[in-house]
Design a protein around this ligand. Sequence first.
Ligand SMILES: [Zn+2]
Ligand SMILES: [Zn+2]
Length: 424
Amino acid sequence: MPFLATLSAISSSAPLASRAFMPLLIVCILANPSCHEYLPEMIQINPPENMLWLVSTQALVIIGILSLLEICADKNNELKELMDGVQTWVKTIIAILVGMMIIPEVTEELVAPELDRAGFISWKTSAIFVTALLTFFLSSMRVRFFRFWGEMDDDDIFHIRRIVSYFEDLWAFLAIPVVIAMPILAIIISAIFLAIALLYQRLLHYLDDRERITCGSCQTEIKPSASVCHQCDADHIPQKLLNWKIFRSKQDNVEALSPELEEKHQLRLLSSRCCPNCAERIEIDKYLKEGCMKCCQKLDPEFNPDWFNKYKSEVIARAWKFIIPCTILSLIPVLGFAVSIVVIKLYIVAPLRIFLGMRMKFTLRWGMRLLTLLLLIPACIPVVSLLVVPILLAVHILVYSRYAEKRIGKLAPELLRSTAIEIT
Ligand SMILES: [Zn+2]
Ligand SMILES: [Zn+2]
């Protein structure tokens, strides 16, 4: 999986920016063949042959001594300042070595094989370049930050610099194995979260389907959220309203309903794939062409031309609500990303893709998957991950609503035609 390996290499620039030799030592240990029997396969590294010198026992001893020296030197503020100028370059060089170790040579299955064949810079070289650049950037930020801090707190009265230094040791020590397993981990965690969320949704739908009230005029069992009886067409005031609060999504015992609220309720019903009128489950393709199978209600663009705009703003307003909680969660690198993917699937993609045709859905879906996979790189870097989640949400909202709008534009004449046929 060269793509995932590249993700790991690029994410390794974050720990590499805080220490140079310790991450290298960890990478060398993970790549050392005799250590492989004691390590889980997920974090093992198979270095290319031209890098084997770096994983030899002699090299391991030297790198081990260097990382010990580095840790000790970092605890002394004078030595630390002395090293400032050199360390950014040392870290960058080590980032290049680590990249050469982690990223495999294979090029065929990669995203842009045409570029490779055309004789441009190879995938591996460009990935190493990005890693080195990121490391250089993060490391110089770090130097500048500590210099600024040093001026503020000259004598390190509260030993804060020392404490931070110990945390950095721990981070450099633990982060590399996590980073190497992280992209795979992120994908597994999102898959598990998504499965749980979908099962939960199924359960809610099942429970919702079982809940029925009797229609006053024909005694048929109807859904409490229906505004029309699907049997006799009698009007009802919905007894349950979808209100789209995060924790309580329904409101009971409704007495009177403003037209505005009723319209919102109906749009929300449609977004959960229920008929806006009788609240029964609908098959979306049939519904768009022929209307509801139970009550024959149809989307009528002539009667209510801007219903889709209302629908869209309703869905988008709901999605924006998740941006802040998801951004805060993304402080925990992998978890925030995984939760955002679930939120996107359930609250943005699902209600908008109702209107997307099969073909459009395919290219769109793969385009967005690729984007998500690319965003996984920065999502694995702490703090930077704070930016990724809002970008991911916003791009999904914009792209999917745009596509859905286009599709509705195409669908409108068809709907008009089928309504006209029915009337004549
Ligand atoms: Zn009835
Ligand atoms: Zn219906």
